[in-house]
Write a protein that binds this ligand. Structure first.
Ligand code: GTP
Ligand code: MG
Length: 196
């Protein structure tokens, strides 16, 4: 995918603030710090368009990145971040859920998990919830550069088992650091955009 233009077109905390031009959207969901914003930068080949941070809880609004005037990537706040108040977590959860359940132009979600670790219980919940509400998702295991090549398949197997992925359920291993998996992921996204 050749990215010609990419810009942050909207930040939103409520539906009135979502873009209104009707372009298809691909959302990125995952725990805080898993690498959602970094993966957007890698997909777009823009160093720091999406703000990233070593501190969890960086992305606090729904951020809509318009690409080539053709689609949006929607960067969601992370879940599972312990160091914010119960009330803030509840608000983020409601904001994410309202977007994911009430957005006709949402074509699919990328569900990010960390390749280094077995999925946490909230990852399992997110997977089941996405399935339950019928959102097409690709599980994307991030930070592959931090796992030695020879151990990646074993880590992947644990993730697939824990999330209950079948043979045909989409699953990709990526690295925002070195670009591993970028082309395959664009391939999956392109198919989803053409599907419906
Ligand atoms: P929140 O906005 O807090 O939900 O986090 P996020 O999921 O957007 O994570 P972000 O992209 O900000 O990345 C978190 C940290 O992980 C940053 O320090 C990134 O540099 C690092 N990181 C992200 N992806 C990768 C990767 O593929 N490899 C390596 N080595 N580090 C990564
Ligand atoms: Mg982020």
């Amino acid at each position: 995918m050749k990215v010609v233009t990419a810009e942050l077109a909207a930040t939103a905390v409520k539906p009135e603030q979502y873009p209104k031009d009707g372009l298809p959207e691909i959302a990125l969901a995952g725990r805080s710090n898993v690498g959602k914003s970094s993966l957007i930068n890698r997909l777009l080949q823009r160093k720091s368009l999406a703000r990233t941070s070593g501190e969890p809880g960086k992305t606090r609004t729904l951020n809509f990145y318009r690409v080539n005037g053709e689609l949006y990537f929607v960067d969601l706040p992370g879940y599972g971040f312990a160091r914010v108040s119960e009330e803030t977590r509840r608000q983020w959860g409601a904001m994410i859920e309202r977007y994911l359940t009430g957005r006709p132009v949402l074509k699919a979600a990328l569900h990010l998990v960390d390749l280094r670790h077995p999925p946490a219980s909230d990852d399992v919940m997110m997977r089941e919830w996405l399935r339950h509400v019928g959102i097409d998702s690709c599980v994307v295991a991030t930070k592959a550069d931090k796992v030695p090549k020879g151990r990646r398949a074993a880590h992947a197997k644990i993730i697939r088992e824990k999330l209950g992925l079948g043979e045909d359920d989409p699953f990709l291993i990526v690295s925002a650091e070195d670009g591993l998996g970028r082309d395959e992921l664009w391939g999956w996204i392109g198919r989803k955009l053409r599907e419906k």
